[in-house]
Design a protein around this ligand. Sequence first.
Ligand code: LMR
Length: 353
Amino acid sequence: MALALPASIAGMFKRIYCVHRWAGVAAVAGLLAACVCPQLGHAASPVLTIRFSHVVATDTPKGLAVQRFQQLVRERSEGTMAVVIYPRGQLYGDTDEVQALQLGAVEMIAPSLSKFGRMGVPEFEIFDLPFLFRSTGDVAKITKGSVGRQLLRKLERVQLLGLGYLDNGFKQMSANKPLLRPSDFVGLRMRVQSSHVIAAQMLALGAQPVVLPFSDTQRALAQQVVDGTENPPSNFWTQGMNTVQSHFSLTQHGYIGYAVVTNPHFWTALSVSQRQLVKGALADALAYGNAIAQEENDKSLQALRDAGTTQIHTLSDDNRAALRQAVQPAYDDLEQRIGSVWLDQVYKALRKH
Ligand code: LMR
């Protein structure tokens, strides 16, 4: 079981939520103004605006892929279609972005695959299984194959339409001490995403998982509400977590990637040509994002090394083997919840090639 939040932190989130709400009102007002401009005789405005909300920084694999999508839509529609991006959770965060999409307050979001379990599709937590994937090439065997397609189709059950997958990379552990062996985790409060598999992984290591929204994680670490967390270098660096975590251990234990989702009502209301254009631009933007993801993570790791704020540790093969062994209960947890058929398909796909 993950911990509930202390009242002081819950209050902090409530205040943050209010600020987000006002930002939302301002953004909507801006969009309404853009819509009425043509009637007032101003210069041509886009006839279609796609509001894309996400929680990470602009200079991350996801941030850059969404910017590429914006550029491609603008160019290919000759300015008649626009993508307005709300990065860093400035409009909606982890807890309310799905609802915002379902209510039509935004048209696209790209949550991490770890967050779809909480939305009612626990099979997505396959991607959270520790030490399952050796590389993003392994992950592509799932996302580009039958399991990946079945998972996107399952989203219809929760009124979401899945449009494609995007890589970030592999997660590393951070805290104010090195995290190399299972015993290093005992008693630590570790921030996690809202995934039962990730919570089971932390419990198996003797740590206490604490679910927190991404946008609040750096502050929670600074205030020592939590002791550590897991992130790819791109998220760790661009959130400034290096200023509040003195050790970054290259455990490379888990994958983090995203699914871009839209509101099915929005999607079916598009004309055939608009839909084709958006689909094509998104496919190209996701391919671009996947191509630069590793490089962006490498750049962030180098920036972290150069900053000198945080010691970076490499694991020995023995360390890695001990961690791998310790987190096996996370596999049992998922199998009990989704059944062995899914996992068998995943193992089969990974053995191929
Ligand atoms: C997290 O919450 O740690 C990540 O899902 C953030 C992200 O979107 O990469």
